[in-house]
Write a protein that binds this ligand. Structure first.
Ligand SMILES: [Zn+2]
Ligand SMILES: [Zn+2]
Ligand SMILES: [Zn+2]
Length: 724
């Protein structure tokens, strides 16, 4: 048998020849850790082609960085002592991470054809990503993905003709410069595409009662925004006749039309052949095609994507191959495989994904093509693919997936399983709480839209929950639990003010009543109920709900909804105090941090307030719904009477509680107590209310989670209250 040469440095980049799996991971990935000096030595002896290719690629990359040095981009350095993490992953391109002190840079090595790949299989196949997206490239990829989706994905289903929306744009022929707004008949069927886009601050073209006839007579392409024009080009290029765009297909100044059509939105997106998402555009000006860019977050260096360079054999003895190398793409991958909480961290990079309206558009559309700033992303019920190939056939919920946080996956999966008969009602209701929590991390221009922008999803869930009534964002079947939402923030103690409008678009007991401003998200969460559970108090009964039938859609803008609940009710006193700073003083005594920074923290903390309720000599902190910039509750003042309505319970040990909450939620005394014992506690969920008039009518102020509070309501009278 012929003995094969095995390189002692790179093990021929063959996972099977590597000495051990290091580190052990879910990713079927082998990581070799090699100092660059060793790789260089191995390449110089000339025996190992793999080492040689890697070495040439890395050195060439350094040359590129050196050239860019004047433009301040050249701070990436390949030194002899640079440690290289060489990640081998089957069926994927090869990644080499240059680990220097303080930062890392990832270089990707790949081939574009199977012939070159055969040489050293570890140089997997990937797609080049050009620095400027052309329509022809986009159409080629979209066609490929569409074909694969319709032929190979069982969970996606064949794209078929469907009933057309009330109005669609007829995009007509490729070579004309005109499109028509087409009003359809009930029997009209066909294929159409949809567009998800940010309206932006500047006025975009719309249809109004005054312009409806003009739009039907024809709209010149030059009248459309760049994003709309590109959407028309793609629709034509894919051979599809109709395109649905909200601003043109809904009459914007006709309240009735808007309500009727936004109620049909779920169906519009669900039956779309393909949804185009102008993910990187914050307005209509930016379009879908054009220059790409990427941000290397570790170095804060802007890089052009697609600067791939090839290594070719230098003489005949080396055979025949072409290996490419480039900065590894990662921004889009992160955006599409991590939590949907884009509002703060990712807005600049993918503005569309931070908008509330897009939440249901993404979940409802069977297929979405995202125009991300870095690359194209394909999203369908089966999974996700990307232009560079790294996410190729990345399955939703795949345990061997790429990243650990998989919220989007879960939501997509949960959404597709909502209609499944295998899902029980409690599971569907649980899913709804997830949806609400994610949805409330997204921004909205108009507070009025908070419920309408979710109405499509709600109408879909309603088909599944036949015996449930939809009450301003909550399902009647899930009461009283669904009342236990609270306002959370990205950082506790650093939350942005929230308030309720003078003319609220939802009752105070609904999470949809909370509003901040168009630059911020309300951050409503059901986190505690979901992790700790909820057992309704036996004395708590939802008596009735009264809805005024003033709207077209039961899922959109809501009229008055009153909730009558019979439950134990106690009267307590509201206290507003400055934040407890005992822990800071404690740290100062220990000298565990610099005095300067402590003073700063102390200054910051003493500026914020906390809200408590006091009952029979015991005070407990509450989570207010509305507060100002100093975290001070806005609806009511210190010393006022409030009412606490018991809804349900949870059990937990003290230790669990500690793990669940940042320590700043607890006083020092509580902390010490909980360290001593680990007994089971019976906690309580209660609404904190204020009386509206002399009758039994109340408004919600916040949520009280009392971790040993069952006793408060032991002898409490049972009251029948009306919540508005
Ligand atoms: Zn080698
Ligand atoms: Zn698919
Ligand atoms: Zn990619």
């Amino acid at each position: 048998m012929e003995s094969v040469f095995v390189c002692p440095v790179c093990f021929n980049l063959d996972p099977d020849r590597c000495p051990e799996k290091s580190p052990p991971s879910l990713l079927d990935e082998h990581r070799l850790n090699v100092p660059f000096s060793e790789l260089k030595r191995s390449a110089e002896t000339g025996d190992c082609l793999a080492c040689k290719i890697l070495c040439v690629g890395l050195e060439n990359m350094q040359e590129l960085w050196d050239e860019g040095a004047e433009s301040e981009n050249g701070d990436q350095i390949l030194l002899d002592e640079t440690l290289l993490h060489i990640d081998l992953r089957r069926d994927h391109s090869l990644r080499v991470i240059l680990a220097n002190v303080g930062y890392e840079t990832t270089i990707e090595f790949y081939t574009v054809s199977i012939d070159d790949c055969g040489l050293i299989p570890a140089f997997g196949i990937a797609r080049p990503v050009s620095s400027e997206l052309e329509i022809s490239e986009c159409l080629a990829l979209a066609t490929e993905w569409l074909k694969e989706c319709s032929e190979k994905h069982h969970s996606c289903g064949q794209p078929t003709e469907s009933k057309l929306p009330t109005r669609v744009l007829d995009v007509g022929q490729i070579d004309t410069d005109i499109v028509y707004l087409h009003e359809t008949k009930d029997s009209d069927r066909g294929c159409y595409m949809t567009l998800s886009h940010c309206w932006g601050k500047e006025q975009i073209i719309t249809t109004t009662t005054g312009t409806l006839q003009d739009r039907k007579a024809g709209v010149k392409l030059s009248q459309l925004s760049k994003t709309f024009r590109h959407a028309v080009q793609i629709t034509r290029g894919l051979g599809i006749r109709y395109l649905w765009i909200d601003s043109l297909c809904i009459i914007q100044d006709d309240k009735l039309d808007w309500e009727v059509e936004s109620a049909k939105m779920a169906q519009v997106y669900m039956s779309s052949q393909l949804n185009l998402a102008a993910t990187h555009s914050s307005s209509g000006k930016e379009g879908c095609f054009g220059e790409r860019w990427s941000l290397d977050t570790l170095n804060q260096t802007e890089l052009n994507v697609g600067e791939d360079v090839a290594i070719e054999p230098s003489d005949e003895t080396e055979g025949n191959y072409k290996i490419f190398y480039r900065h590894a793409l990662h921004v889009a991958h992160d955006h599409f495989t991590r939590t949907m909480d884009y509002a703060n961290t990712m807005e600049d990079l993918s503005p569309l994904l931070s908008r509330a309206w897009v939440f249901q558009e993404r979940l409802l559309s069977p297929r979405t093509l995202h125009f991300h700033a870095e690359e194209l992303i394909w999203e369908c019920a089966s999974g996700i693919s990307c232009e560079c190939s790294r996410l190729q056939n990345h399955k939703w919920g795949d345990p061997d997936g790429l990243l650990e946080q998989r919220k989007v996956d879960q939501l997509k999966m949960m959404y597709s399983s909502i209609t499944s008969p295998e899902m029980t009602d409690p599971q569907v209701l649980e899913t709804w709480l997830e949806f609400v929590t994610e949805y409330c991390t997204l921004k909205l221009t108009k507070q009025m839209d908070r419920l309408p922008a979710l109405s499509g999803l709600a109408s879909r869930v309603a088909q599944r929950l036949q015996s449930s009534e939809y009450l301003a964002g909550l399902w009647s079947q899930d009461l009283p639990r669904a009342l236990c939402w609270q306002i959370d923030g990205p950082y506790y103690g650093n939350r942005h003010p929230t308030f309720r409008d003078a003319h609220p678009s939802a009752p105070s007991w609904s999470w949809a009543s909370i509003w901040n401003n168009s630059q911020d998200a309300p951050y409503v969460t059901y986190g505690l109920v979901q992790t700790r559970g909820f057992v309704p108090d036996l004395r708590c009964r939802i008596q009735s709900f009264h809805k005024s039938q003033s709207t077209i859609s039961p899922f959109g803008i809501c009229g008055v909804v009153q909730l009558s609940i019979q439950a134990p009710l106690i009267e307590a006193t509201l206290l507003v105090t400055e934040q407890d700073d005992s822990s800071i003083i404690d740290q100062m005594r220990k000298g565990s941090a610099h005095e300067q920074s402590l003073i700063k923290i102390k200054e910051k903390m003493s500026e914020t307030y906390e809200t408590w309720v006091r009952f029979e000599g015991e005070s407990v902190r509450i989570s207010p719904d509305c507060f100002d910039i100093k975290q001070r509750i806005t609806d009511i003042s210190h010393g006022d009477a409030v009412f606490c309505l018991l809804l349900g319970h949870f059990t937990l040990s003290d230790r669990d509680w500690m793990g669940q909450h940042p320590s700043q939620h607890l006083t020092r005394k509580e902390k010490l107590e909980s360290e001593e014992s680990s007994s089971q506690l019976l906690g309580a969920y209660a609404l904190v209310l204020r009386k509206v008039d002399d009758g039994p009518t109340y408004r919600r102020l916040g949520l009280l989670v009392h971790r040993r509070g069952a006793g408060w309501w032991e002898d409490a009278p049972i009251a029948l209250v009306t919540l508005i």
